[in-house]
Design a protein around this ligand. Structure first.
Ligand SMILES: Cc1cc2nc3c(=O)[nH]c(=O)nc-3n(C[C@H](O)[C@H](O)[C@H](O)COP(=O)(O)O)c2cc1C
Length: 214
């Protein structure tokens, strides 16, 4: 983890010296196959960070707990702020029943204009240097509440690192589709985890993460 923080220091220095921007492309999409739906984990709201130095936010949406668990691993490892994106109207099991074409989740994913209301945003989004943004894959994309979230926050030129969980699909174009909603940010290639990814898998990814200006 020392290496990660060393790279982060370089990133922050580069961000201070130049207003460089530009998104890196993410992988191509793949089709949904088998899905899992374990228990939901608890969520929490971001607390203002007291420490000086790099400010890191782990923001995530999780309907059934998988992405929330990964977010918790990242938060704990990085001592970051944690923010749960919460829809004003929570998703019921019926809302998430993707085998029903008319379920709420499917309707939202099929509607380009859908922006489900959320309960709030971090207190000072522009204060973060690095933002990990997590979500489950829904029909190859990010749930529309994540779109609402990004349209409600200004992360400035922060580095955004997307991550997702899914039954089997890769991250595909889900993160690329989000980039126009935070177009000043320095988006990094994202990472997909299975819903049951181990802590070691998450930490290995974190350790190898390539940040800009490295
Ligand atoms: C509406 C809906 C659509 C989904 N679409 C996909 C998909 O396209 N590909 C996939 O692999 N998994 C899909 N899944 C499964 C979820 O991505 C997976 O269970 C994820 O880990 C759930 O994360 P969460 O517990 O944080 O909500 C879908 C689940 C739902 C509810």
């Amino acid at each position: 983890m020392k290496q990660f923080f060393a790279r982060l220091a370089v990133l922050l220095l580069a961000g201070t010296l130049s207003a460089c921007a530009g998104a890196e492309p993410v992988n191509s999409a793949s089709e949904p196959q088998t899905f899992s739906s374990p228990e939901a984990s608890s969520v929490s709201q971001a607390e203002p960070a007291a420490a000086e130095g790099p400010r890191i936010l782990v923001a995530y949406f999780s309907a059934t707990g998988n992405t929330g668990r990964i977010a918790g691993i990242l938060q704990s490892e990085l001592d970051a702020d944690l923010f749960a994106i919460q829809p004003q109207q929570p998703y019921t099991d019926e809302d998430l029943n993707y085998s029903n074409d008319e379920c709420r989740a499917n309707q939202e994913q099929n509607d380009p204009a859908a922006r489900p209301a959320i309960t709030g945003t971090p207190e000072d989004p522009g204060a973060y240097d690095l933002v990990f943004l997590g979500y489950p894959i829904w029909w190859g994309g990010a749930p529309k509440v994540v779109y609402t979230f990004l349209e409600s926050c200004d992360f400035g030129d922060a580095v955004i690192v997307p991550f997702c969980t899914s039954g089997s699909s890769d991250i595909g174009s889900s993160a690329e589709d989000l980039q126009p909603l935070a177009d000043k940010a320095r988006w990094q290639a994202g990472q997909r985890f299975s819903g049951s990814a181990s802590e070691a898998e998450v930490l290995d990814w974190l350790e190898a993460l390539e940040l800009p200006a490295e």
